[in-house]
Structure formats: C-alpha cells, structure tokens
Design a binder for this molecule. Structure first.
Ligand code: MN
Length: 514
C-alpha cells in the first residue's frame, strides 16, 4: 500500500462523524470536525514518519506467504484505523514488529517517536513472548497476564489487530505452528476480545482458528450445513424480507438497515454439541438483523414482529434492559415465521451494532447513556463469578470511561497492581503478589525447590534472591542439593507459603545445633 492511500484511509475513517449526537471521540477528531474535516498536520506527519520508518526497517523481509513483511504491519495499522484508535496506537501498529524482527531497538523508537509510542510497541513485543501451549488450567492466568503486561488497553488492541492478520495468513505456516497459534487464538485472544466487548472480532478469530483445530468437524459442517445456509438465506431474502419491510414501513418504523447474519461455523459447532448435533434444533443458522435509529424503535419493531408471527416461548431476549456481561445489547426473538419456520430476529440501534463490532474501541465514540437495567446483578455467563472478578472490574471501568474527559488515562490497566504474572522456563504462568522474589517463586513450584534454592536467573540473567520479580519475567531457579533456606530470606519474601517453610527450617536447624 502506498503512503498516500494509507493516510487517505486514516483521514476518511477518523473524521467520519458517525451521524450520532453526543460525539466525543478523541480530541484530534473533534478538532478536525470543527475545522471542517482537516486533520492536524502534526498527526499526518507522525503517521507518515511511522509508515516510512517501518517500510525501511522491514525492507527485503518476506512473510511465509511470500508477501513483503511490511504489508503485515500496514494491515495491522489499517485495522486499528477501522477501530478508530488514536494516532499513537496506529503508529504503534506500524512499528509493532520493529523491535522483534529488525535490527532497530526500543531506544531508537523512543528517540524517533517519543515515550508513548515506544511504550506501546514495547508492550506488544512483551506480550509476543507469552506463549500458550495448551494447558487448559493456564488459560485464565495467561489472559490475565496479557492484560497485566499490556498496562494499557491500546497495547492489547494492537496485539489483537496483529493476531487477526496472522490468523488470516495462517495457512502459510508449517502445521505444528499453525496448530499452536490457532489454539492460542482460540483460548486466549478470542476470549479476551469477547470480554472487551469486541464480539465480532472474537467470532472472527474463533472462526479462523476452527479449521486448524478441528479439521474433521469443520469438514463435516461444510458438507452438512453449507446447503442449509444457502437455503435459509434464500428463504429470508425472498419470503421474509418483503413482508417485514412492508410491515415496518406501514407502522412508520424507520429502518436503517436489514441484513442476514449467518452463524459462524465455530459458534454453530459449539451450539450443535449442546443439541446432539441436530441441525433442526438450531433456529438461528441465519438470523435476520434489523437496525433502527432509537431504543424505542427497537421495542416497536419487536412488537410489530410479534403481531405478525407468534414468538416461541422462552426465546425472547432483552439484552437492552439486561446487556450481556461484556456489554452486548440487542433484542433477540425467535418466531414461527412464514411457512411456520422458526426464525430468529435481532433488533438493535446503530450504536449497539457498532459496539458489538468494535467493543471497547467504540465506547469512546459515544456519550454515556442512561442505563435502563441493572446488569451488574447478572451472573457472567461464561464462568464462575469469583474467578472472573477481574472481568467485573474491566466492565465497571469500561462503563466509567466513556464518561471521562480524560479517557486515555482510563485505558491504563491498574487493577492488577497487587499481582504479578511470571513464567517458568516451560511456559507455565505463575500468579504471585507484587514484590515477590525468586524465593517465593521457588516455593510456589515446590517446597524442595524453595528449600534448596541457591540462585535464580531472570530472563537468562543471574539475579540476587531478593530481586523483585516483574510481570512477564521468565524465572529459572538454581538449586544446590542439600542446601537449607537462609533466615535472611524472611526479610524479602512476600508469600505466606515461603515464610512458613523458611521458619520451619530455621527452627529445625536450631534444634539440631542444640
Ligand atoms: Mn506482527
């Protein structure tokens, strides 16, 4: 892609005023709107420099697909433009592989582009070292670690854009690598995207991973469902659409858009497993999606549909009054439609639609709106509430920050302030209190390892035993057979577990001396 095209896309997307009242957006978009759509030249200059820097840095490098490497970083940045992120994040998208894959270091990025962009690029590089190798029990810790390492959600968003493009080009990689990356995407990044409210991205990532993880099931679905999809869509287009369009118009309900949402294979597969693989039980194979201007229109449209066709009991879901835990809002209903076919309708406003697509990224485009129901009292649908306390915090924070003038500050992730996440040489993630030392880590692994601990390597460098571990550190414990713990460790360890073992050993040593 040419620089001018890239900048053109940026301008076009950034100043799209979205047609909604209460537009807050980033300061640069607001100012551009006031100036009739002209972006501050400093911003275009920043993006120009980042574009040219990355182009030069990746010069001659090729992806496994045979394409120039630079194309990958432009694709990543384009996604971030689509999510309407701020210019430093877009620049970080262009520069995100510079540290890892080119001779240029962090210092140079700091010098050329300043602290903020360097911080974002460094964050993406750090998360890149987190690898998921398939231990289910590790997944939740790993998701937390990705967030903790990021320290700023914009880092996660760059990583998600990067991962999306990697998934789109996954076929070019050798099979074992395909599998590892697909699994990591399925277990770590898709759920993270989901919890950030990026429903559509989460679905897309899962769908891209699915054929690599479950090739046989995927083939089965293609063979058995493809025709059904086409059949359903034809039915909706030819039989249902004309009726619904006319009836909504007769009732003076303005419709912005009606389209069909085909259920993705990955999500269909999960659902089929709950329904004995019986396709006839799935009513939302293809759902009809109606987008209307206001919340009132949503309920009015629902009423019209229910007058036309009787609803299936228990299938009316009001996610406007009770949004899903990740913030998803919409009305869903399944009715006995034309020719008595159960058919699902989803009704939402443009704003809800955009939030479902872009999640967190969409939030700051709108002013806070009065909530109609208390969804805090609802149980998260995906897991045990206690385990997911951090998601609650994330959601609380999401809600707050659309209200905040200084919303860039609110992108900082500080709710893991009191925990750190470190990695064993084999890639397991260990969750420790902040300030923990290699000794805490050693006892966490095993009491024998703690007792005989004689030294530690962190990120391949020898450190002292009172070193304060940082999130993302890879920690390796050196042991000396028969060594006993030292009383002096008590001054620096943080966990009760370590203290207990050290004290017990010290007492024993004294007894032996006597
Ligand atoms: Mn990349």
């Amino acid at each position: 892609m040419k620089l001018e095209v890239f900048l053109g896309e940026f301008k076009k997307s950034a100043i799209k005023p979205n047609g909604e009242k209460g537009f807050r957006g980033f300061g640069f978009i607001r100012r551009a709107l006031r100036r009739g759509g002209e972006i501050d030249p400093q911003i275009t200059d920043l993006l120009r420099r980042a574009f040219l820097f990355a182009e030069k840095a990746h010069e001659g490098q090729k992806r496994k697909t045979g394409e120039p490497y630079f194309k990958h970083v432009v694709k990543t940045a384009m996604k971030l433009i689509q999510w309407r992120l701020d210019p430093p994040t877009i620049a970080a998208g262009l520069l995100h592989d510079v540290i890892e894959d080119t001779p240029h270091g962090l210092g140079e990025i700091k010098k050329e582009f300043g602290e903020e962009i360097a911080f974002l690029v460094e964050g993406v590089t750090k998360i890149g070292h987190v690898k998921y190798r398939g231990a289910k029990t590790q997944a939740e810790n790993l998701r937390k670690m990705v967030l903790a390492l990021s320290r700023d959600l914009r880092v996660v968003l760059v990583k998600l854009a990067d991962r999306l493009h990697n998934m789109q080009t996954l076929a070019a990689l050798p099979p074992p690598k395909q599998k590892r990356i697909a699994l990591e995407t399925y277990e770590i990044y898709a759920p993270l995207a989901y919890r950030l409210g990026m429903q559509s991205l989460a679905g897309e990532l899962e769908e891209l991973a699915f054929p690599f993880l479950y090739p046989e099931d995927y083939d089965w679905l293609i063979q058995n469902v493809k025709e059904k999809y086409e059949e359903r869509e034809k039915y909706l287009r030819e039989k249902v659409l004309p009726v619904i369009e006319k009836t909504l118009a007769d009732n003076k309900i303005k419709v912005l858009e009606i389209d069909f949402r085909a259920k993705r294979y990955a999500s269909l597969y999960k659902k089929l497993q709950r329904y004995d693989m019986n396709l006839d039980q799935i009513y939302d194979l293809v759902a009809m999606r109606i987008i209307v201007p206001t919340v009132e229109d949503c309920y009015a449209a629902l009423g019209v549909i229910h007058q036309l066709w009787p609803p299936l009991p228990g299938r009316i879901k009001d996610y406007i009054a009770l949004p899903k835990p990740n913030g998803y809002k919409s009305l869903h209903t399944t009715v006995f439609c034309v020719d008595n076919h159960p058919t699902e309708f989803q009704i939402r406003t443009q704003k809800m639609h955009e939030q479902a697509e872009n999640g967190i990224a969409a939030h700051w485009l709108y002013e806070e709106e009065k909530e109609t129901g208390d969804y805090r009292s609802r149980q998260p649908m995906f897991a045990d509430k206690k385990e997911l306390a951090w998601v609650e915090q994330l959601r609380e924070w999401q809600k707050e920050f659309s209200d905040s003038e200084n919303f860039l500050d609110s992108l900082k992730i500080d709710f893991f302030r009191d925990r750190i996440f470190v990695i064993t040489p084999k890639g397991a993630v260990i969750d420790l209190p902040s300030g923990a030392t290699p000794v805490d880590f050693a006892y966490h692994i095993h009491s024998d390892i703690g007792d005989q601990c004689s030294g530690a390597r962190v990120n391949s460098r020898i450190v002292s035993l009172d070193y304060k571990l940082q999130s993302g550190d890879v920690v390796e414990i050196l042991i000396q057979k028969g060594k006993r713990p030292s009383e002096s460790w008590l001054a620096s360890v943080k966990t009760e577990l370590a203290k207990k073992h050290i004290r017990a050993n010290v007492r024993e040593k004294r007894k032996i001396k006597k």
